[in-house]
Ligand binder design. Structure first.
Ligand SMILES: Nc1ncnc2c1ncn2[C@@H]1O[C@H](COP(=O)(O)OP(=O)(O)OP(=O)(O)O)[C@@H](O)[C@H]1O
Ligand SMILES: [Mg+2]
Length: 195
């Protein structure tokens, strides 16, 4: 599929040998490639899962969340929830997209019902989870986004917890099985950083 081959050239998993463990580092060369990784991750989720997305403004968190929504089978496209803290999407599991950017004090997180959301048996996709760092669950998938060039992002995906680690390991397998460029390519981030 033309679309797939395009994505293939836009996604590089770092050749550190880390793709078998619950930690993956990769580069995406477009918003679509970032969405595609999110979609793959979403397709592996089978139960309530907390997915935190960290990184500066405009680094691709919402883009990735939209892919997650697709992978989770949501029929409604996910929008940026920035002006409302929580957006709910029905799916085979309920999905909540939460944006904590405007939270100034952890007290506000508790006030909007954080504990209840955690106990809903839902998939929680949380942008700016560091605003509630002391309230994060022990079992979690964290995706860090780093700007590289205007169109490239470095993603660091890590898991804590048994099911969360299974998901991230399977994601590494899934991306490799799609013959994304794994283990052979120079990392674009590094080669560019080199003089
Ligand atoms: N490789 C890439 N991956 C993701 N987004 C990219 C990439 N290249 C360019 N972009 C652009 O970067 C922007 C990312 O915006 P997005 O809303 O996803 O960021 P965000 O991290 O959610 O920001 P905020 O903290 O403001 O919510 C989009 O305009 C997207 O088109
Ligand atoms: Mg966002």
């Amino acid at each position: 599929m033309a679309d797939d081959s395009e994505r293939k050239s836009e996604l590089t998993i770092e050749s550190t040998g880390r793709t078998d463990g619950p930690l993956i580092e990769l580069w995406t060369g477009s918003a679509d490639a970032t969405r595609s990784v999110g979609r793959s991750l979403g397709s592996l989720v089978r139960q309530a899962t907390f997915i935190g997305l960290t990184g500066p403004l405009g680094s691709g968190k919402t883009c990735f969340a939209q892919g997650l929504g697709d992978g989770l089978g949501l029929t409604t496209g996910m929008k940026s929830p920035s002006y409302i803290i929580v957006a709910e999407y029905p799916g085979f599991l309920p999905v909540y997209h939460i944006d904590l950017y405007r939270i100034e004090h952890v007290r506000e997180v508790l006030e909007f019902g954080w504990e209840e959301y955690l106990s809903l048996g839902a998939v929680l996709i949380v942008e700016w989870p560091e605003r509630a760092s002391e309230l994060l669950p022990a079992s979690i998938i964290l995706v860090g986004f780093f700007h590289d060039t205007p169109s490239r992002r470095r993603l660091r995906i890590e898991a804590r917890g048994v099911e969360e680690s299974r998901i991230v390991r399977d994601l590494g397998r899934l991306l490799r099985a799609r013959e994304y460029d794994v283990g052979s390519a120079e990392s674009p981030g590094r080669s560019e950083a080199s003089p």
